[in-house]
Design a protein around this ligand. Sequence first.
Ligand SMILES: [Cu+2]
Length: 469
Amino acid sequence: MQPTHPAGEQRSWAKATGFLIAIYLVGLAMIAGVVLVANKSDGGGGASASAASGAGATIPVTLTEFKIEGSLMAAPGPITLEVTNKGSMDHDLSVKQLNKTTGTFGTGKTVKLDLGNVPAGEYEVTCEVPGHKDAGMKATLTVKEGMDHSAAASGSEAASGSGEAGGTPNYAQMDKDMMDSFAKFPAKTKGEGNQVLEPKILPDGTKHFELTAEITDWEVEPGKTVKAWTYNGMVPAPRIMLNVGDKIEVVLHNKLPVATDIHWHGITVPFDQDGVAPITQKPIEPGQDFTYHFTVDKPEMGMYHPHLHGQMTLPNGMFGQIQVGPTPLVTGKTVAGVAIPNDVKPVMDFPMVLNDAGVIGFALNGKSFPATAPIVVKEGDWVTMTYYNEGLQSHPMHLHQFPQLVTAIDGIALDSPYWADTVLVAPGQRYTVMFNANRKGTWVFHCHILNHAERETGMFGMVTAVVVQ
Ligand SMILES: [Cu+2]
């Protein structure tokens, strides 16, 4: 027997629920009211609270990676910016000349920024999260007699025509932009990261490496050159490839404007070489040199980067690969019914360094699609590769059609390797995989968090392809 509820009981339940929701909404409205009043009263810079009410412009502004969009023009008088973060990371909106900022806020949120009574003039509008302004998050607010922002076509870069700041997307334009973005791949680009760093061999056999930390121009994709924070002027930094038993020294020249250090992430080193200022060493001040020296005595897949100011320096480009011994490989084994031949000889062994923030933004090996390098092989070839996630987010890396055999995690070879078509790599992790490119075609290879790979103006960021000839 099924227990049944009389219809009347259900209705009263619905009524009660409706009542509770109503109370909840009233509560929310009250809280929102309090917040608005609080915002008005903390104006600080001489704007009168009453000026913000009544006539005056309210301009919708959208923040994304890395753009500020909106019709940034108005007549002199009270101006409020209604700022929405449509990006995938935290941003702020600041008008420094007016001493106003929203403060940092997260994805999906809208914050009202009351600029007060604004006289005629041009005002720079920026995101002050380190690196974001340089990456493109700046625009100009034009305040001029006779200006009406609602009548103006576009403020900064609403040129994509998608109506990001309100209105209907231009779908035909989106289709065209998408096709255009594919057509540009692979784009010719200046600068190549991950180049192997050759050591000088000292008389006692020590391998001597030199690294210079400095800010240099870096082309992330054609048309987007940023002030990257680099080792030896490249993103990712030079690869340091070692044999088990190597004794090494690495001299770091600090030409950055801040103190730094180098942490050998995933590499076994003595305490005073771990590169964690001020715990294991003194910070390396601007203009100073420091020499690390240690012996590597087992196979490891590591990466190196500053520990000091890591949240700024890593996203801006300071990361590289350091490897001891050969890349883990599985041969002569059957995994989930698939036999791996005894004589597998990968034609390619490459690092795929992931990044998602700072001036570099969403990128594979320091480049954003269409400037990412395709992996070009012949039908039947085996490939090994290792993901190094130096970013701030996890990335599910999806290779079309060719299952990836995960052979090692964080450089530790697995007793039970496994197949996956999407490999989730968290920040700080390294996943080593191998795959058999056994069918011809141009197979797409991308992060499957879709806004890391695509935006309304087409493909970008963490996308490349395996081209099998
Ligand atoms: Cu991603």
